[in-house]
Design a protein around this ligand. Sequence first.
Ligand SMILES: Nc1nc2c(ncn2[C@@H]2O[C@H](COP(=O)(O)OP(=O)(O)OP(=O)(O)O)[C@@H](O)[C@H]2O)c(=O)[nH]1
Ligand SMILES: [Mg+2]
Length: 616
Amino acid sequence: MDAKHIRNVAVIAHVDHGKTTLVDRLLYQSGMFRHEDLDRMAGGQHGLIMDSNPLERERGITIFSKNCSIGYHDADGAPIKINIIDTPGHADFGGEVERVLSMADGALLLVDAFEGPMPQTRFVLQKALGYGLQPILLVNKADRSDARPHVVLDEVFDLLVDLGANDSTLDFPVIYASAKEGWATTDLDHRTDSLRPVLDAIVSHVPPPEVHPNEPLRMLVTTLDYSEYVGRIAIGRVTAGEIQSGKEVAVMGRNVIPYRRRVSELFTFEGLDRQKQESVKAGDLCAVVGLDPIYIGDTLCDPEDPGALESIPVDEPTLHMNFRVNDGPFAAREGKYVTSRQIKERLEKELLSNVALRVVPGKTTDEFQVSGRGLMHFGILLENLRREGYEITVGKPRVVTKEIDGKIQEPMELLVVDVPVNIQSAVMSLIGNRRAEIVRIDGKPGASGFVHLEFTIPARGLVGLRGRMMTATQGQAIMHHSFSHYGPWRGDIPHRTSGVMTATEMGRVTAYSLDNLLDRGFFFVAREEVYEGQIVGEHNRENDIPVNVVRAKKQTNIRTHAKDDASGVRPVRRMTLEGALEYIAEDELVEITPAAIRMRKRLLKAAERKRESRKG
Ligand SMILES: Nc1nc2c(ncn2[C@@H]2O[C@H](COP(=O)(O)OP(=O)(O)OP(=O)(O)O)[C@@H](O)[C@H]2O)c(=O)[nH]1
Ligand SMILES: [Mg+2]
C-alpha cells in the first residue's frame, strides 16, 4: 500500500482513561468483523478484545502495547488503512509507550472527562511531543454524570503550554466521546451515534508517514514478539525502501556486530490479524520473522547499502530486587522449576522482550539482581513465573540510586492526589512524613468540593502509600504517580510501623492457637501449613514477636468442633504478591510458588536473627 493511504496513530493516555475500550469499539464499528466473532474474543474484567493477555484480563489493565488496523476512507472516498497502536497507561509501562511512539505519525490523546490530565497524561504527552507528534485530544467518558469536558479541555491546553508546545500544537483538534457508548462528536450540543468523528480526525490530522520509498531499506525494530516456533519476531515501521520475504537484510545496532539474515516470513497488521506478505513498502508497520538474535533498537537495512537509524532510548530501571532460589523448608513442594539454572534461563528468555528489565548475577550463584521500572513491572513478571511453575524468593525492592556530581540521587515521582476538601488534612499528614514536597495546590474547577494536590516524592515514599491513603480517606482520594526525575536523596523515610508475628515451629495452623493470639494483631494465614520463621501475622506493636500458631487444644474426650469451625469467620488478610513486596522489611523475603505467596524472615531461626542483630 502506498504511504499516502496509511495513517499510523498511537492511542495514549493515563491509566484507565479508556484507550482499549475505544480501540475495541472502533473495531466493532469498522464493519470488518461479525459482532458475534468479536464478542467471542472479548473477555476479562472490562470485557475487552485487545487486552488479550491473561494477566491483562485479570487485572483489567493493558500491559503490552498492541497493533491492529482499520480500513477507512478519506473525504474523497479513497481507501485509508489506519494502523492503531493501543498502549498501556500504567506508569510502570511508560517505557513501552515511549518506544512504540516511534512507529506513529500522530497521537490520539485520551483524557477522562472528569479526572482531567493525570501524571501519566503528562508523561506520555511529553514523549509524544518529543517525537514531534501533533496530538488530537479526545475527551473521553463524556457520558459521566460528573463530566466537566470544557474544563478538561482548558486543563489540557495549560498542560501543553507547560510542556512548551508550539502554536500549531496548541491548535489541537478536539473530540468529545464516550468510548463505552460508542459515540463521538466535535460539538457536545450535537451528539452522533458513532465513532466516525474519531476516524475522520485521524485521517485529516495525522499526516501520512514520511517515507523514502526509493532509498535503500531501513526499518527500526520497536517491539519484539516471541513464539516458541519461530523465535523472535521483530515489529516496526519501514521508513525507507521495501522489505521482502525471502530476501537477505543486514541487521545493525548498538548491541550487535552487523550480520545478515534471510527474512523467512513477513506480515502486516490487518484488522486483528497478521496477514502474510511478499513485500512491505515504506510507511506500513510490519512483523518480520527469521532475524534472531534481533534486539529492540536494531535497524534492518539493505545489505548492499547498510546504515543504522537512530536507536530508541529505553528508560533506565528505577527499582531493583534480589531474586533467589527458594531455600525455605517447603522448597520444591509446589513448583516444577526450582533450580538456579532454571531461573537463570527463564530470566534470560524474559530479557528478549521485556526491554526495561535488567538482570545481573547476584552475590552467590543462587542469586540474581533484577532491575525494573516499578512494583507492578516486577509483580507481572513474578506472577507469570509462578503460573509457569517456578518457585522463587525475592527480597525487598530498593530504588536504584545514581551518583551525580558526587551526590547520591534517587528517583522522584510526580504524585497527584484529588480529594474532597474536608479530608485534605488527612492526606497532608500522611504524605508529610514521606519527604514529599508540595508543588501545587488548587481547587479542581468544575468539581466543587475537591482539591487538587501535586507533590514530588521519592519513589521510596510511595511504598505502601496507596493502602494507607485509601484507609485515611475512606477511599475518596484519587491518587496517581509517575516517574519524574532523579533528585538529591531526601533522607530517611519510616517504613512499616508495626512488627510482625513469626511462627516458632513447623506445622498446620490451628484455629485454637489463633484464637489465643487474637489480641496481638491480625493474621495472614488461616489453616495452612507454616514453618519456623514464616511471617504469620502483623503485631499491633512495633516489635516482632515469635508465636506458636500450630498448638493443638489439649485433648479431651469430647471433641469441640464448634470452635475450630468458627475460624472460617475470623478475618484473614491474604497478601497479594505486590502487597507482600511492599510490606516486607529489609530482613525479610517473599516466597513465591505456584500454590502460595508467603512472607518469611531471611534468617528463619530466632537465635540466628538475634545473633545478626547483635553484630549490628
Ligand atoms: N463511563 C465511561 N466509562 C468508560 C468509557 N471508556 C472506558 N470506560 C471504562 O473505563 C475503564 C477502563 O477502560 P480501559 O479501556 O481498560 O482503559 P485503558 O485506558 O485502556 O486502561 P489501561 O490500558 O490499563 O491504561 C473500564 O471500566 C471501561 O469500561 C466511557 O466512555 N465512559
Ligand atoms: Mg488499555
